[in-house]
Design a protein around this ligand. Sequence first.
Ligand code: GLY
Ligand code: MN
Ligand code: MN
Length: 467
Amino acid sequence: MELNLFDIQVYTDRRNTLKQNFGQDGILLFLGNEDSSMNYKDNAYPFRQDSTFLYYFGLDVPTLAAVIDTQSGEEIIFGNELTIDDIVWTGTLPTVSEMAGRVGVTATKAYNQVAGYVQSALAQGRTIHVLPPYRPEHQVKLSTWFNVGFAEVAELVSVKFIKTVVAQRVIKSPLEVSELEKAVNISIDMQLAVTKHARPGIKCYELVAKALEVAQANNGRLGYPAIITTKGQTLHTHYYGHELHEGDMVLSDIGAENAMYYGGDLTRTFPAGERFTDRQKELYQVVINAMDHAISLLKPGVRYKDIHLASCEKLVEGLVDAGLMKGNPAEAVAAGAHTMFFQCGLGHMLGMDTHDMENLGEKYVGYNDTLQKETSLFGLKSLRLGRELEAGFVLTIEPGIYIIPELIDRWQAEKKYTDFINYDVLNSYRNFGGIRVEDNFLITDNGYQLLGKYLPKSLQEIEGLKG
Ligand code: GLY
Ligand code: MN
Ligand code: MN
């Protein structure tokens, strides 16, 4: 097996930057991921290494951990050498010390020495900084190594460590941008294959198969479970059993993770047959107008939350023109009435994780000390990114219109937003479904750059793909 690694200098530079930014303050502990069994031990889900581990240590191998002593500068990778059984069944790998050498780390220890290392450091009064655990085995390990109950594991988490990692990972280097572009380009080829294959009579899972084929054929895989559905009003559905009918729209939200673990995240909505209906055309254009307005505002220094709200206003303008809403768009958005149609946020950070670094905490990635997340308002509580943009951020823009019959019934019964929503008209759209369009952007010094080659987006272009 070949290890997919950047040049050794990439990892040593990243760790040196981390040490410099963090200062001399205890020990940083990094947990790699484990193989995760599907139904019996030797039948595991595809292995995915922890992204922070990949970022600093690069090694895509299960059961590794690492420490950086910020005072002595010492770096250690902990791992197990393969047994002859491992080699017989799953093939060979370089030794742990050879692998560590490939990422510029000279000291290695057996994995079962992590507990002793942690205990002896604690006994010396050293602080050990830990990132939030997001897998059950992380909880078990931290509980064992630190000799604390599960309930106390959360108390081990170091906000300073989180903030320092986020500050570094959130600014994408040119090398990372080029990997992201590769991932987006594979994702675009997936979308083109899915769109062209769609036709009445087939099932959504046949479209998922097309996406998987293109990802795999490009040495990639899906960065998140495909969302390919004729019921686009369900934001993140993973049900693929629906048949495509003439007059349906298909919402396809798919993204490839490339060989270096960076991901794209693209959505297109297109007709199951060859043409959109007039109603679909009208609302599709409303979404595109909201998207183009949001894109025009992308530049350093602007708060993403303000772009979200400006995009919502454009959406409402279009919904008023279509007769679904009424009143003043700015007032409608301030009241939250647009959330009948757009219940989520405009987008999120993108990187090695589709929702980049969400495991480290949205409040540190999408927000910061100067802008806290609204946690109770419907709509804004789902806005994963709000903070002021900086050059080097990579993010998505993904407005949508989702007509959710259950939400109509609930809010109509509550007489909610009756000043802004035309319930009579809206009820005639009950079976409309959902539209989302999503692209990926790099924030540059002066504005933005669309990542990847161009993927058809306008009504005419989308219909053009369908013959
Ligand atoms: N693909 C998940 C998302 O767009 O957030
Ligand atoms: Mn998406
Ligand atoms: Mn997204």
